[in-house]
Design a protein around this ligand. Structure first.
Ligand SMILES: [Zn+2]
Length: 403
């Protein structure tokens, strides 16, 4: 049985009040129930290519608008893998980890509510989203078009004097003005999956703008890593049933079926694009797809996917999260004469983040195996091993979990 944090806080307050002559009125500045905040924090810093050092730093002061969070876990992202291998953003030394979540252990007196207006208190479980340094007035209530590409994110910030800037750590300091969400009603695994799921919520929102994605649409999802699998899960929670998954890895295709894909096509079994598009058509019972999601970073996969789509169909390209090179298509045959409606998607908006919390609850409620997406858990000290495992593509989502 889990005692909820509101109860814990009430009990603690009661006990403290009975011990002291004066009532305890300001719990916000005290550590959470049963939690002594240590003098130092541990942060996994990427200090060189393919090398993290777990460094110890003094626990920082918590300002009036700041929140100190005890980190419970953080997913390893494709972006982390790129940083680990090549440092394309030139951030080394850097505290990585942006798919993290944890518990509030201390907060400044000015912190009252999260970015959606939900109250915040000690013991609440939170996630962060983007930080609009240049435009702090952007909120989730704007129908804003601005995705995270224009903002900063914890886990991809330059190092500074505080150092607690990433979620691969045991404590993180969420500074005044950051977006933060109270997600106490989601379990740890769901919370670790929020950030990648938000990428797909955004992609599906983009797809919906074409007007082609409907209940009875035939949908191809190409690429069955975590991103493609989450795409299938979102389509299922929307009531879309007719999904064909395409990948070259049979294990991933089997998982796609567990996630709700109707059928799957292993491209390793089909030589050439004609054979492959024939197999996809066959998987739909003799029809081409109405809509396709391209979830790989492969230029060939981008070029191929047009061949799976019917005249007048739609395509959402979201696989090229970073520059993966040029893809060659034939604009006449692939786009014009077929009248394909194409949308691109990248990262997410604040509003997509909030939508994601409800998606995760819905996915569990209809029995989708979301938890199984997290195939490996490593303690913080094994962060290098976690990244090597991720690069080997042995599992799906790899996570750092602090026990
Ligand atoms: Zn990510």
């Amino acid at each position: 049985m889990e005692m909820n944090s509101a109860n814990v806080e009430a009990v603690v307050k009661q006990v403290l009040e009975s011990m002291l002559s004066q009532p305890v009125s300001a719990p916000a500045a005290a550590p959470a129930a049963g939690q002594a905040i240590p003098k130092t924090a541990h942060v996994a810093m990427l200090t060189a290519l393919e090398h993290y050092d777990v460094k110890e730093f003094p626990m920082p002061e918590v300002g009036d608008g700041d929140i100190l969070v005890k980190v419970e876990g953080c997913g390893v992202c494709g972006t982390d893998a790129h940083e680990f291998k090549r440092d394309p953003f030139g951030l080394i030394p850097v505290a990585l980890g942006h798919e993290g979540t944890g518990e509030i252990v201390k907060m400044g007196k000015d912190v009252k509510a999260d970015s959606a207006g939900k109250p915040l208190k000690l013991g609440d479980k939170v996630v962060t989203c983007m930080i609009f340094k240049d435009n702090p007035d952007i909120t989730m209530f704007d129908l804003n078009k601005q995705n995270v590409g224009g903002a900063d994110v914890y886990g991809l910030l330059p190092d500074d004097d505080i150092h607690l800037n990433g979620w691969f750590s045991d404590y993180i300091l969420i500074r005044k003005g950051s977006t933060v969400f109270n997600v106490s009603d989601l379990d740890l695994k769901s919370r670790i999956l929020i950030e990648p799921c938000a990428v797909l919520i955004h992609a599906v929102e983009r797809a919906k703008t074409t007007g082609i994605l409907r209940f009875n649409s035939r949908v191809v999802v190409q690429g069955c890593g975590p991103i493609g699998l989450i795409c299938i899960a979102i389509l299922r929670t929307m009531g879309i049933e007719n999904i064909v998954a395409v990948d070259g890895n049979q294990q991933r295709l089997d998982f796609a079926k567990r996630m709700g894909a109707d059928n799957s096509v292993n491209f390793m079994n089909h030589k050439g694009i004609e054979a492959l598009s024939g197999a996809v058509k066959e998987a739909f019972g003799g029809y081409e797809a109405d809509f396709a999601f391209q979830c790989t970073g492969s230029p060939v996969a981008h070029a191929n996917i047009y061949k799976f789509i019917r005249n007048g169909g739609g395509l959402c390209e979201l696989g090229f999260f970073i520059n993966g090179g040029d893809a060659t298509i034939n604009p006449h045959f692939d786009l014009c004469s077929k009248e394909i409606t194409l949308v691109g998607s990248w990262v997410y908006t604040l509003r997509d983040y909030a939508t994601t919390f409800d998606f995760l609850k819905r996915a569990k409620a209809i029995g989708l195996p979301m938890d199984d997406l997290i195939t490996h858990e490593f303690p913080l000290e094994q962060i290098n091993e976690a990244h090597v495992t991720n690069l080997k593509q042995e599992g799906l989502k790899i996570a750092i979990v602090n026990k």
